[in-house]
Design a protein around this ligand. Structure first.
Ligand code: ACM
Length: 539
């Protein structure tokens, strides 16, 4: 059996035999499955040099794609049998697509190449697979603000998510260090806000600078392309525009967005180092209107039901000092600055709801009262997610202690720019998104889970690959497969299946962390990372 990752619910081996996909092989797509037929033709056609022509009738096709409404929307059944046909049936179009990902894995690592290599043969052993995901939200967040990821590399990441049956791409588009999405109404957001003259090299405590200017942004057509590419892979792109904190890039472009009665915001540039930034948005009508105009363009680009408004790490010092903010607190009858943040967030919760969307934010949006209908990304551990679920709010579990992939994956001194906790492949494999504190009823509010990829110390695609892989494979299995309780998970069996998966990642050109440790070019270039408690400062 091919070593499938994520593991399917059930595999039944059939009598000896195999279906061969050769130049005569055809694909029939029942209505609703056409996108998967296109994807199969593109991916497998390229890897094996096969035309995979359309068949007029299902009965004469080698690969037969269909829907069966008795299955859940993302569930599928893959039946490869003695009738010399491959039957791939999904509960909905997405289920068929996830089944096609399994089909590709069954064809071996060569199926992950972009052109055929001499010996590659597309052979599928007779078997029957039944499968369905544990969670409906299986995501990865990518921070393209700290380091910009060029569009084609983003498209490549969408392919990598699809190959792991992940279906949410949380796109962290704005932060203190860069604004990455073109907003036609406010062009300086990208003209000014997408560039910084230099970057801190390593942790903020490092004395080193990378003096190469850094920047870039996605035009609205780039965004449309990314969203359409994701859609064709049954991935939802959830945009994040972070407010009221993490906003220095926006304030540097439009100084009136900041607390001008406290600091000279016209002197602020796009931030060149890392950490929590004091320059948050001013709670004025003008700022609310400005961001409504931003969100109007965002909504036109992203069909996602959820829109992420950040809400994390907004220090209240400037609001405490600002006569404008204090007058607002008084006028609204609020108790303090936390309630002012809550008012700010609620404004956009209502605004989004009026437009048929739902707000999601980091768990700080719980402080000062959670806006009704809002969902929470629980990042500071499970606590916020537990509180949110117990009060009837939906939750995406992404605790930093478990699934922040910027954190080091080994305690050795060779890790590149090591930051944060050591979280190994096995640690991620044993991550449990639903904490025991939740009753079965409350646990229904856990929409799912996502791994977060913050890029302060990842200056390019290869560094992102190193941090993300192989751990995203373990994460995908946690999010998709019905694994037992963490202590009972068979990590040895998973590690054994990873041997085949590394070959797939090699064929895809993924610069993962090799099991034996980083290659020389992947090692730490003597740069300080974030210390962990009890460790020497540079470990
Ligand atoms: C976060 O890591 N500040 C959400």
């Amino acid at each position: 059996m091919a070593d499938l990752i994520p593991a399917p619910v059930a595999v039944r081996q059939s009598p000896e035999g195999a279906v061969r996909l050769d130049a005569a092989a055809t694909v029939h797509a029942a209505p609703g499955t056409e996108d998967t037929a296109r994807w199969l033709r593109g991916a497998l056609g390229a890897a094996f040099g096969l035309p995979l022509d359309p068949a007029a009738r299902a009965e004469e096709a080698t690969v037969r794609l269909s829907l069966d409404e008795s299955l859940a929307a993302e569930a599928y059944r893959l039946d490869i049998g003695p009738d010399e046909a491959v039957h791939l049936t999904g509960g909905g179009p997405a289920g068929v697509f996830w089944g096609a990902q399994t089909l590709r894995q069954l064809l071996g690592a060569e199926a992950f190449r972009s052109a055929p290599v001499a010996a590659a043969e597309a052979v599928l052993a007779y078997q029957r697979i039944e499968d369905a995901p544990r969670f409906g939200w299986r995501g990865m967040m990518l921070d393209v603000a700290r380091h910009f990821m060029p569009k084609n590399d983003v498209l490549r990441y969408l392919d990598l998510l699809a190959a792991h049956k992940l279906n949410v791409f949380h796109f962290h588009l704005t932060d203190d260090q860069g604004w990455r999405i073109e907003i036609k109404r406010h062009p300086r957001l990208t003209e000014v806000g997408s560039w910084r003259p230099r970057s801190k090299w390593g942790h903020r405590a490092s004395e080193l600078w990378n003096d190469t200017p850094h920047g870039g942004y996605y035009t609205q057509d780039d965004i449309r392309e990314i969203v359409a590419y994701a859609h064709a892979r049954h991935i939802t792109v959830v945009p994040e525009i972070d407010i009221p904190g993490h906003s220095q890039a926006a304030i540097s472009a439009y100084p009136e967005l900041g607390n001008t009665d406290v600091v000279d915001t016209s002197a602020l540039g796009v931030w060149d180092t890392w950490g929590i930034n004091p320059n948050i948005l001013a709670p004025t009508d003008g700022v609310l209107r400005f961001y409504e105009e931003v969100f109007e363009e965002v909504l036109a680009l992203f069909p996602s039901q959820f829109v992420h408004i950040g809400g994390d790490e907004a220090p209240k010092d400037q609001w405490k000092q600002s006569p404008t903010a204090q007058a607002r607190i008084k006028e609204l009858g609020l108790a303090d600055e936390d309630e002012l943040q809550s008012w700010f967030i609620r404004h956009f919760d209502t605004w989004l709801a009026e437009r048929g969307r739902r707000l999601i934010g980091w768990d700080e949006i719980l402080e000062g009262g959670l806006a009704p209908g809002a969902a929470v990304s629980s990042w500071r551990g499970y606590r916020g997610g537990i509180a949110a679920a117990k009060s009837g709010h939906d939750v995406v579990m992404c605790p930093e202690q478990q699934v922040y992939l910027d954190h080091r994956q080994h305690g050795g001194p060779d890790e590149p720019m090591p930051i944060g906790y050591v979280r190994t492949l096995e640690d991620v494999y044993r991550f449990e998104p639903v904490p025991p504190e939740l009753s079965a009823e409350e646990a229904r509010h856990v929409l799912g889970t996502q791994a977060n990829v913050w890029t302060e110390v990842m200056e390019n695609r290869r560094r992102v690959d190193y941090q993300v892989f192989p751990r995203l494979a373990a994460f995908a299995e946690v999010a998709w497969s019905a694994l037992p309780a963490p202590a009972e998970r068979d990590f040895a069996a998973f590690a054994s299946r990873m041997t085949e998966h590394y070959a797939r990642l090699d064929a895809l050109g993924v610069d993962y962390r090799p099991p034996a440790g980083p290659r020389p070019d992947q090692q730490r270039p003597g740069v300080i990372g974030r210390p962990i408690e009890g460790a020497p400062p540079n470990v």
